[in-house]
Every structure is written in structure tokens, then in C-alpha cells.
Design a protein around this ligand. Structure first.
Ligand code: ADP
Ligand code: MG
Length: 509
């Protein structure tokens, strides 16, 4: 940015007027930041003058034009922001304390401004195959991380090189974002300016995605943060989803949306799908740590990850577990797509109406009995064939659809060799037998019999003493853990030994 150039050339500028009008506070901010950068640049010019790579782009193009262009863009953004702030104030004044409020949202220039600047917090595009911001054109810094010799070493952090790289990256902005002819000039775009433009570009994309949305989404939208919303919009924009219709359930750990499926290359997307959005507020997940941190499949990764990534691990875990279940033909949702902390899967239900939970399903006696046997069989399959324990099995996580029980909500499911695997299984058994017994299914086994029937173990149940039964279970778990540590093998019977090496995605997924 050429601050002095701007001051001297104001008269020539296409924006005209000598404009002695008192600059607004925020303009001063913008300019002083530029001045700081300018001074910085001047300090750095000495060593970089000798830099041989500098001849790639001639430096005699008028810097004032460059500055004007950038200044105009900055001013425009500043203006938009201030306009929005004003609008927000008017909206507040207009609505006052009224219970019914009018939203001025549609008049805003810049849509909800994400406040974070940190790249860690920015939506990352790493797993997008077509990374719109990937630098393709500018010269790259070699692997060793620097070019040149001795005093003339230029690292990848070199301001000029970075600036040019940033300018070239503008070319990768979405087509509807007009970046002018800046790309063709020797324009050195500071990281700060580039990030502002990038943010503006995000906002624009969100705004255009928003136009395709129906009004009633707005309530559901409130349940997810802007970053999640952006990911959801991207799914609509990329055609994976036709439409996101609304929220089915808001739980402590997740929000579930109904959506119309679109198409995804190589894979047909079901007509109706759900998006299970794992909440990125972590508090609720704290007490669930033990499900994942002791699961050897995720153990090592868990300790290395930051909280945001741990949430993604939950979604990933649900995906892997569902895939195993599908393979064993257990009725459960079919995974369509996993995108960060959003899991897209088939919808259990019809015409936008979700199947009722077993707890709410109005079942006749025969259906209830059938449901019981299905659940028993599913628990056995889950344990024996999928090598899994649901760990949150109850009438809340089973749906009744097309005369069948469907299992859902398996993000916390673990393998029986988990240090507390059998305890979780016992709890599942208790929920299941209590539910069916209360509903009058006389065939429903006691929790102890059910546990043995599922595991194939033969823990003595003569006493029917829960404390003793649990003690036996804990002994088994302990013995198994010792065994695993010594030999890497499980002792109590589980049919499937196919779990594969730790930390690898399940072979069957
Ligand atoms: P949570 O961990 O919040 O309990 P669940 O996976 O149990 O998440 O989903 C919450 C609710 O959303 C379920 O009780 C069910 O009513 C609904 N739901 C979840 N997945 C589906 C699905 N695939 N099809 C239909 N409804 C679903
Ligand atoms: Mg649930």
C-alpha cells in the first residue's frame, strides 16, 4: 500500500475530490494500518532490492493506481460494514421491546461478519478437492523453505513474495467476485487485505446461497453456528442436497435436519436424508470423553487433537459404526457423506415425517413382541458380527419404521474390548429389558439373561444380584485389558477379530 502516494495523488484519483472532508475514524484506522505496513515495507526494501527473483515483475507500474484500487476496495468494505452497523441500530430501535420483531437482514450489505481472524478458526478447505484458494500460479518456495544465499535469503514469509502470491490467489476467488485487473499487475496484497477480501468473498457466497433458501429455515439456522451453516450451504450449492427443510431434533450433542437429497458423483443420494450436525460447543461432550479416548481405534488421535477436531471424530465414529452395522444388515441409516462435523445419512421415515422412536410408537401387542425379538437379535449381531456395543441403547435411539426396529445414534458405540465396554453393554441390556417388560412383553428376558444371550458368556445369574453381576463384569474387563496389554488379544468371546490395526479406518468402511 502506498500511503504517501495516496495522499499526494488524491487530486488525480478517479474518485476525484480533493476531499478535505474530515475522514471518519474508521478510515483513519484503515490508513494508519496501511501506513504501518508501508513503513514496514520501506524497512524491508534494502535487502530485497538485491533479490534476483524481483525481475520477474517490473516495478515501474504506477503504484498510485494500485493503491487507489485497494483503497477503494477497503473503503467499500468499510462502508458496507458501517452501513450494516447503522442498519442494526435502526432495526433495534424499530423493534424496541416488541415481542414480534422485524428483521432488516435482507437489506444488509455484508452478511453476518465472522469475527474471527485466526486461520485455525476459518473454514478450512483442506478436504475439498477443488480448493478455491489454493495458490497455483505464483512461484513457489522450494521445499527447503527459502531461496537465495547468504544475506539475500528469501523465505516463504518474504513480504513481497507473499504479497504477489496473495494477488495471484485472488484469481481463485469464486467467479462472481470481481477482482478487477489487479491479478495482472505487480500488486502486492498484504495478508491483512487479502484476508479481508477472502472474508468478503465468503460472505458473498453465503449471501447468494441464502437466496436459494426458504424463509422457514431461519429458525433452524439459529441452532448452528455460521461455520456450520456455510458447510450446509456448500452441500446445497454443490448439489449433494436439493434443499434443507428444517430441524427434526435438537439434542444436547447434535442437531438433526431433514433435507432433500440431490446427487453425489458415483453415489445416488436418497430422496430424503438427514444431516446430523455434531455441536461444536464442547461442554456437553466433556462427559463423553471416555467413550472415545479409550477406544483404541481413536485413542492416539484423540490425544493429539484440538477440541474442534475431536467433535469431528464423533461424527467419524458414527460413520464407521453405521458402516459396520450396514454390513451386518442391521436396519440403520445409510451413510451418504461426512463433512467435518456434519454427517449426512438416509432418513428413516417418509414424506418428511420421521419414524417415531420406540418410546412413542403406538404398537399393538404383536408388534411389540416382534420388536423385542428384533432388538434381541440386533444386539447379538451388533456384538458378535460388528464387534460393537451400542452404549446408548434405549427406546429413544430405536425407531419404528416399516414394521421394523431401526438403530440410530451410534457415535458413542464402542468395541466390547473397550475398558468399560461390558458395563456399557449391561446398561443397554437393562434399558431394553426394562422397556419391554414395562410394556408387558412377557417374553422379555431379565437384564442378566439378556446380557448372557448377547455376549455368549455364562455369568452366573442364580443370585440375580446386580452388584455381584457387575463385579463379575468388571473382573472380565480387567482380565481382558491385562490380556490385551500383554498379547494384544481379547479373552471373552467376540466373533469378529477383524478390527485391523489401531488408528486405521475400519477395513470394512
Ligand atoms: P442425539 O445424539 O442428539 O440423540 P440422534 O442420532 O439420536 O442424536 O438423533 C436425534 C433424533 O433425530 C432422533 O431421536 C430421531 O428422532 C432423529 N433422527 C436421527 N437420525 C435420524 C434418521 N436417520 N432418520 C430419521 N430421524 C432421525
Ligand atoms: Mg439419541
Amino acid at each position: 500500500m502506498d500511503q504517501t502516494g495516496v495522499a499526494a495523488e488524491t487530486r488525480k484519483s478517479p474518485w476525484g475530490l480533493a476531499a478535505p472532508a474530515a475522514p471518519t475514524c474508521s478510515l483513519v484506522d484503515v490508513m494508519s494500518e496501511q501506513l504501518a505496513r508501508q513503513l514496514d515495507e520501506e524497512n524491508n526494501t534494502l535487502p530485497t532490492l538485491a533479490e534476483p527473483g524481483a525481475d520477474l515483475l517490473s516495478s515501474d507500474e504506477a503504484p498510485d493506481t494500485t493503491s487507489d484500487l485497494m483503497l477503494a476496495q477497503m473503503l467499500q468494505m468499510q462502508f458496507d460494514r458501517e452501513f450494516d452497523n447503522q442498519l442494526r441500530r435502526e432495526e433495534k430501535k424499530f423493534n424496541g421491546d416488541s415481542k414480534v420483531s422485524i428483521s432488516f437482514e435482507n437489506y444488509r450489505m455484508v452478511h453476518p461478519y465472522e469475527d474471527s481472524d485466526s486461520s485455525e478458526d476459518e473454514v478450512d478447505w483442506q478436504d475439498t478437492r477443488h480448493d478455491p484458494y489454493r495458490a497455483e500460479k505464483p512461484q513457489t518456495t522450494p521445499r527447503k523453505g527459502f531461496t537465495g544465499k547468504g544475506k539475500n535469503i528469501t523465505t516463504k514469509h518474504d513480504e513481497e513474495a507473499c504479497g504477489r502470491k496473495n494477488t495471484a490467489r485472488m484469481d481463485n476467488f469464486a467467479p462472481e467476485v470481481h477482482v478487477g485487473d489487479g491479478v495482472g499487475m505487480d500488486l502486492k496484497l498484504s495478508n491483512q487485505v487479502f484476508n479481508s477480501l477472502k472474508q468478503h468473498c465468503h460472505s458473498e457466497q453465503r449471501r447468494s446461497a441464502k437466496l436459494h433458501e426458504k424463509k422457514e429455515h431461519s429458525t433452524a439456522e439459529q441452532a448452528v453456528d455460521p461455520r456450520t451453516r456455510l458447510l450446509m450451504y456448500k452441500m446445497v450449492n454443490s448439489g449433494v442436497l436439493e434443499n434443507i427443510n428444517g430441524c427434526i431434533s435438537t439434542g444436547k450433542e447434535s442437531v438433526v435436519f431433514h433435507a432433500d437429497g440431490g446427487s453425489l458423483e458415483e453415489q445416488p443420494v436418497p430422496d430424503e436424508v438427514v444431516l446430523k450436525v455434531f455441536k461444536t460447543t464442547l461442554n456437553e461432550f466433556k462427559n463423553r470423553d471416555r467413550y472415545i479416548k479409550d477406544d483404541y481405534r481413536f485413542k492416539d488421535r484423540f490425544s493429539k487433537l484440538n477440541p474442534r477436531k475431536i467433535i469431528r471424530l464423533w461424527a467419524e465414529k458414527e460413520m464407521h459404526n453405521l458402516a459396520r452395522m450396514k454390513k451386518a444388515d442391521i436396519p440403520c441409516p445409510q451413510v451418504v457423506l461426512l463433512k467435518k462435523h456434519i454427517l449426512v445419512m438416509s432418513f428413516i421415515g417418509k414424506d418428511h415425517i420421521p419414524a417415531p422412536k420406540l418410546k412413542d410408537a403406538m404398537l399393538g401387542f404383536e408388534d411389540l413382541k416382534a420388536a423385542y425379538y428384533q432388538v434381541l437379535h440386533m444386539m447379538q449381531q451388533l456384538y458378535q458380527e460388528c464387534n460393537l456395543v451400542h452404549a446408548d441403547l434405549s427406546e429413544y435411539n430405536m425407531l419404528w419404521h416399516e414394521g421394523k426396529v431401526w438403530l440410530i445414534d451410534v457415535s458413542q458405540s464402542i468395541e466390547p474390548t473397550h475398558p468399560h465396554g461390558l458395563e456399557f453393554l449391561f446398561r443397554d441390556c437393562r434399558n431394553v429389558s426394562t422397556f419391554f417388560q414395562k410394556r408387558g412383553v412377557s417374553e422379555a428376558m431379565s437384564v442378566y439373561d439378556l446380557f448372557n444371550a448377547v455376549t455368549g458368556l455364562d455369568i452366573s445369574v442364580g443370585v440375580e444380584d446386580e452388584a455381584k453381576f457387575m463385579a463379575e463384569i468388571v473382573v472380565l474387563e480387567k482380565r481382558n485389558e491385562d490380556h490385551v496389554q500383554k498379547r494384544g488379544k481379547k479373552t471373552f468371546p467376540v466373533a469378529s477379530e477383524d478390527a485391523g490395526p489401531p488408528l486405521q479406518p475400519d477395513a470394512d468402511d
